[in-house]
Write a protein that binds this ligand. Structure first.
Ligand code: MG
Length: 370
């Protein structure tokens, strides 16, 4: 089997409500999605999606994905998409780094491999758990009552896990946010407090020590792994790392040095499933739990993450994410798994199990052929 054609589509995905990070420092209204259709000489077509969370969140942006694919396309045309690590090597040789541009191609190859052997991607990753994965909401930063209102809306949809965005420059306000949400948290709910790198080491120590009695988990409480390693030494709360978990070497360092208790594995950030499954294995080998998610996007991006999440034993998976629930648009109506009562469940459809509606995507912005 050979890759014969790669078509690239751009689609704006408007958010239903404006979204704030870092205590209101960063605002997001629309996501720039890149959809990739990979065709083969065997008549099997795979789909991928790369959707960064805007261009101010991590070093990734929509135009960068499309430029990266333009640079890498000739290196993968003609390859067998089922030989995932040969495709990975070709991508890495043709463009070192730029992991976020590689993830949608890698995803489409996994989709093709699954279809070619009649198995869902979760089974290719080792075997699909029977039950689905709890989805965590993503709660925009704001005043304590505003954030609690968002959580209550998600509760009505059946959500029992939430990622609440904190990390303002006013430490007192962050302490109020956390205490307010915790005082209204139901017994069956888990809330992760996500700082998104916004605190200095001093601010992290102040807030985390002020709420240490609550035993809540903080995600990415500092900019770098060096910062988080230091924050770890002067605080006691559990820590999750996501934005600083990029390479296998990062994963090995975090595990070996005990920098975090939870890995937040973002598929677009780490370069796709081929690389993410190795990070998953390091986590499991070191007793580290995982959140699995896209960096954003449609049902396609959510589904890729849900496959990886459902390949992870129950005791190691905390939650995945259903970003599609935050969008004003559905690019694959009637196709793919949806979040039902706060849980995403992969079925036995071979491959990814979701196909976008090309009428909604419009014409491709680029086509590369062998
Ligand atoms: Mg996070």
């Amino acid at each position: 089997m050979k890759i014969t054609r790669i078509s690239v589509f751009q689609k704006d995905l408007p958010l239903s409500d404006p979204y704030w990070l870092s205590g209101g420092r960063l605002r997001f209204d629309v996501l720039d999605a890149t959809l990739v259709k990979v065709e083969t000489d065997a008549g099997i077509t795979g789909w991928g999606e790369g959707t960064p969370w805007g261009h101010t969140y991590v070093p990734a942006h929509g135009p960068g994905i499309r430029a990266g694919i333009e640079t890498m396309a000739s290196a993968v045309l003609g390859l067998d998409p089922r030989k995932l690590e040969l495709v990975e090597r070709a991508l890495d040789l043709s463009l070192p780094g730029h992991l976020y541009a590689k993830q949608p191609i890698d995803m489409a190859c996994w989709d093709i491999l699954g279809q070619s052997c009649g198995l869902p991607i979760a089974d290719l990753l080792g075997g699909k758990r029977e039950n689905g994965t709890v989805a965590a909401s993503s709660v925009s930063s704001g005043a304590p009552d505003y954030m609690m209102g968002i959580i209550e809306n998600y509760r009505k949809l059946g959500y029992s896990a939430h990622s609440a965005k904190v990390g303002g420059s006013d430490t007192d306000e962050d302490i109020k946010r956390i205490r307010h949400i915790e005082s209204h948290r139901a017994d069956n709910e888990i809330v992760l407090y996500d700082v998104n790198r916004a605190w200095t080491r001093r601010e992290a120590a102040i807030v985390m020590n002020a709420v240490a009695d609550l035993g809540v988990t903080f995600e990415q409480p500092g900019e770098t792994l060096d910062d988080i390693e230091r924050i770890r030494q002067v605080t006691t709360s559990p820590i999750s790392v996501d934005e600083s978990l990029v390479t296998l070497q990062d994963a090995a360092r975090i595990a070996r040095d005990g920098i975090a208790d939870v890995f937040g594995i973002k598929l677009n950030r780490v370069g796709g499933l081929t690389k993410a499954r190795r990070i998953r294995d390091i986590a499991q080998a070191h007793g580290i739990q995982m959140f699995i998610m896209a960096t954003g996007g449609s049902v396609l991006a959510d589904t890729e993450a849900a496959h990886l999440a459902q390949s992870i034993p129950q005791e190691f998976i905390r939650a995945c994410w259903s970003c599609q629930d935050m969008l004003d648009i559905d690019i694959a109506p009637g196709s793919g798994p949806r979040c039902v009562n706060g849980v995403i469940t992969i079925d036995d459809t071979p491959g990814l199990g979701v196909t976008p509606d090309e009428h909604i995507l419009g014409k491709p912005v680029a086509v590369y052929t062998h």
